[in-house]
Design a protein around this ligand. Sequence first.
Ligand code: OAD
Length: 244
Amino acid sequence: MEHLYSEISRLLAPLHHCTALTGAGISAESGIATFRSKGGLWETYDPAIYASIEFFRKDPSKYWTIRGDFIRNYDSYQPNAAHYALAELGSMGILQAVITQNIDGLHTKAGSTNVIEIHGSLRHIYCLSCGAKFTAPHVPEGLPPYCACGGVLKPGTVLFGEQLSQDVLLQARQASATCNAMLVIGTSAVVQPAASLPYLAQQNGAKIIEINIEKAFPDADYFLQAKAGIALPRIVEKIKKIRQ
Ligand code: OAD
């Protein structure tokens, strides 16, 4: 394992165009539930009911049941060592972009600058009728909450059955196609189009480094079986020593 850390650090140390693709696992150590791991959200809640746009239109209270608490406590969720390590790789000039499927805003809170939130964000909430904008944690009471105009509020996240922003997807594809290494961290890599981005990177010559507590991306060049909050700070420390 030590040898693997050294090899990955030596690979990354001279690079300037790396991209990270992150999923729920990177926020697990911040106390945020994943979806498909044991005890994950989709074990208790059927995504077809709790996270689809079709069902949101029928009964928005369901989505607010699983997201309302996070939004109302938005300021209390904090980045962990993994988010900070990625931000540091950014300030060291190694990482150019963080593509995330997460909607928790923790990469930005940790200081990463080019964060591409392909599934949107819980920070921005808007009225489906008049378009009025709200910012977490400041949303009216209620399940679901309503705007003063009577319209229902919806977080700016992508639900199943909704299109991803084409602009954001283009940015994600560009950051994948132009990197020379991609860190794939804490994602089960099953939801498209995110799951195809490491292949896009690989086809363009990038090395894929997966960090996960269990292997999810079968074609990675390197697989570090570890918690992201342990693995990433170790890599950063090793790179610093190499660059001294
Ligand atoms: P998943 O819940 O599918 O996968 C989480 C991954 O993180 C698993 O592979 C775990 O093994 C890994 N993991 C858990 N704890 C970890 C830790 N401390 N360090 C490293 N890895 C860890 O989450 P996503 O892949 O993000 O979309 O799910 C993708 C999308 O499916 C989500 O964005 C969401 C969901 O349905 C929508 O709701 C549209």
